[in-house]
Design a protein around this ligand. Structure first.
Ligand SMILES: [Fe+2]
Ligand SMILES: [Fe+2]
Length: 401
């Protein structure tokens, strides 16, 4: 048994005994598994200051500290978030397991190619895009994300460079739905956010391809041309019969930044709608984690950390925190090093703790060799994540989901 301060308690610990009078807390038994953040907060707000935990029946303190140390190294902002908000708001529970959803997500992935490519081609030729088809695709994306967001989102993380334009649209759409779900949007708002994500870069189809696909640095003039895609896209959608203000607004304002340094209208913080702010986050996350001619795709965890550091100036705080809750601190697809000396790929987020996802263990550092893959639920073991690893360093690029 270990005596710990209530401030060091974490979900997943087994409370053996509460130190203090029964009148000081609302629990009807003193020995129980701490399963929800609500119970954790109740304990922390009560007059109880210490409890005995049983590490044999639940998480241990050292395990939590290791994770926090790693977080502290990664970003002060994330530590603050973990402490303040994330732990108090559990993620939305999943309706299907990752592996159950994966096949359906693969079919959406394949189907999206035709739908989005013809949509972009129509835009390029000045024809009104087939919105019914786009809405049908968004419906499928939304349903998949509602069942299990990790499957489609992690599948879309890996895109060959040549598929970027259409997969970027599908990926931003899926991220928007996941974020809208996290922010408690109702079903109709969820689909509108998904459609906005799918169409936000429609204006890029009108930018000369030699600028869009240019290798190397853009000139100031070329960059100014790229920036016109926001307004061009909004006008194109409007002319094509899109009347939903939310979709038009996200298309026009997804490059606005809270510090007023975005474009095209240099809007500041509060002036940017919550939907446009959500679009900005999903668009940037997908862009920086994708492999482009001029940019090496960042690992998902690295992207989250970098964006956390930019958060204050660029992104809406509430939307960014919700985004981290929806994709995770170690988003699915991240290669992580475990305390047990093994490496694994994050498969599925844990609804109760951002630090304890389900990991597919694939490599032993001690043996310096791949091992028979095994699924480990970090919420139910003593093992924990020490940090993210570069798949290239271990020649494990092929071991993604
Ligand atoms: Fe854009
Ligand atoms: Fe974009």
């Amino acid at each position: 048994m270990k005596k710990v301060s209530v401030n060091d308690l974490k979900v997943g610990m087994f409370v053996h005994e509460i130190c203090g009078s029964w009148m000081d807390h609302p629990f009807w038994k003193t020995s129980f598994m701490l399963e929800s953040h609500k119970d954790l907060l109740t304990l922390q707000k009560s007059n109880i200051r210490e409890v005995w935990i049983d590490p044999a029946k639940g998480r241990d303190v050292s395990q939590v500290n290791a994770s926090h140390q790693n977080l502290a190294e990664s970003s002060e902002v994330l530590v603050e978030m973990e402490a303040e908000e994330i732990s108090s708001t559990p993620s939305v529970p999943r309706k299907a397991t990752f592996f159950d959803e994966l096949d359906r997500a693969r079919r959406i992935h394949v189907r999206s190619r035709g739908v989005v490519n013809s949509l972009l081609a129509e835009c390029r030729m000045g024809l009104p895009p087939n919105l019914e088809e786009a809405e049908g695709l968004v419906e499928e994306i939304s349903n998949s994300v509602l069942r299990n967001s990790d499957a489609l989102v992690s599948l879309l993380h890996h895109k060959p460079r040549s598929s970027y334009p259409y997969l970027h649209a599908v990926s931003v759409s899926a991220l928007m739905v996941a974020l809208a779900k996290q922010m408690d949007f109702d079903a109709s708002m969820l689909r509108r956010a998904g459609l906005a994500g799918l169409l936000l870069d429609a204006g890029m189809a009108l930018i000369p391809p030699e600028i869009v696909h240019k290798q190397g640095q853009l000139t100031d003039e070329e960059f100014a041309t790229i920036k016109t895609h926001a307004l061009l896209g909004r006008d194109l959608l409007f002319r094509s019969g899109v009347t939903d203000e939310l979709v038009l607004d996200v298309c026009l304002h997804h490059h606005e930044r809270a510090d007023g340094l975005g474009y095209p209208d240099q809007l500041h913080g509060e002036m940017i709608s919550v939907h446009a702010a959500m679009g900005a986050i999903c668009d940037v996350y997908d862009a920086v984690t994708s492999e482009r001619t001029y940019h090496k795709g960042w690992a998902p965890n690295y992207a989250i950390r970098k964006m956390a550091d930019w958060q204050k100036g660029q992104f809406d705080r509430t939307a960014f925190h919700a985004f981290v809750r929806s994709v995770g601190l170690y988003p699915s697809g991240t290669l992580v090093r475990l305390k047990s000396g093994r490496l694994g790929t994050v498969i599925e987020q844990n609804d109760r703790s951002l630090l304890s996802p389900v990991v597919k263990v694939i490599f032993s550092i001690k043996q310096n060799a791949r091992i028979e893959p095994v699924l480990v639920d970090l919420g139910k073991t003593d093992d924990s994540i020490l940090g993210a690893e570069d798949p290239k360093k271990w020649a494990l690029e092929d071991m993604a989901v």
